[in-house]
Design a protein around this ligand. Structure first.
Ligand SMILES: NC(=O)c1ccc[n+]([C@@H]2O[C@H](COP(=O)([O-])OP(=O)(O)OC[C@H]3O[C@@H](n4cnc5c(N)ncnc54)[C@H](O)[C@@H]3O)[C@@H](O)[C@H]2O)c1
Length: 251
């Protein structure tokens, strides 16, 4: 119960990696505030029920990470409910693959709004209380795409490179107040997003074969690294981006 007494707020938590992190952090002792878009409220309620099977408390709230006033009011409501937010996991993200030459501005903007501005808004909303307490943990779910873009994901990769850069800069701007900021760069994880992205069985087989561990990722594979960054185990680690990819990318 390494996270006992801590409260974690997780964005995009109704499915995939976010849902696994909600249940995983709760299993390690954290109370959780699980959030996602309003349209995901049924799925979010199912995740809340799963978290409820642990000993920990869970509050499910609608949150669009692109909306500053909603972000601030959800952080306020969560803080009122649990007293404080110790851990923020910026997990919400979108990926609509398109070659750069065919990309329209709306799709470009949507990716930057969720994957980059969302990190900024949510982080800025929790930092004042973390600075006051002189402790806090920010974990950004970036991507190996942020280290090396691949065709049809140029815009997505650019947002994830931004998330890694924000991780590095925030860590230096808030470290003096005992707050760490780290990123996890998942490889190919078999979520809705991961499966859509891979498209065909041929692609799944290809990447399975490329991976050193000869398998693709499961959302639960992200839990251990997140618990590490959320806990005292990583007290002297900040501004880092950790690839969690089964060995498909090495830089
Ligand atoms: N699956 C992968 O292979 C993979 C690889 C690398 C990184 N990632 C990253 O991991 C994170 C989770 O991805 P996933 O695979 O679980 O995807 P997913 O599509 O299953 O889940 C993403 C969640 O984000 C939510 N979301 C989208 N827009 C939002 C907004 N404006 N406000 C709040 N929530 C919003 C969605 O409703 C959804 O629940 C994302 O940031 C993604 O980029 C995933």
């Amino acid at each position: 119960m390494i996270l006992e007494g801590k409260t974690a707020l997780i964005t995009g938590a109704s499915r995939g990696i976010g849902a696994a992190l909600a249940v995983g952090l709760a299993k390690h002792g954290a109370n959780t505030v699980i959030t996602d878009l309003d349209r995901q409220s049924d799925e979010l309620a199912k995740v809340a029920a799963q978290v409820g099977e642990t000993e920990q408390k869970c509050l499910a709230l609608p949150l669009d990470v692109t909306n500053k006033s909603v972000v601030e009011s959800v952080v306020g409501e969560a803080t009122d409910a649990f007293g404080q937010i110790d851990i923020l996991v910026n997990n919400a993200g979108i990926l609509l693959p398109k070659p750069l030459e065919e990309l329209d501005e709306k799709t470009w903007d949507a990716h930057f709004d969720v994957n980059a501005k969302g990190v900024l808004l949510c982080t800025n909303a929790v930092l004042p209380q973390m600075r006051q307490r002189k402790s806090g943990r920010i974990i950004n779910i970036a991507s190996i795409a942020g280290r090396q873009g691949v065709p049809t994901q140029g815009h997505y990769a650019a947002t994830k490179a931004t998330a890694i850069t924000l991780t590095r800069v925030y860590s230096q701007e808030v470290g003096m107040d005992g707050i760490t900021v780290n990123a996890i760069c998942p490889g190919i994880i078999l979520t809705e997003m991961g499966k859509n992205n891979l498209g065909s069985q041929e692609n799944i087989d290809h990447w399975t074969n490329v991976a050193a561990l000869k398998r693709l990722g499961d959302p639960d594979d992200i839990v251990g690294p997140a618990v590490f960054f959320a806990s005292d185990l990583s007290n002297f680690v900040t501004g880092q981006a950790l690839n969690v990819c089964g060995g498909i990318y090495f830089h």
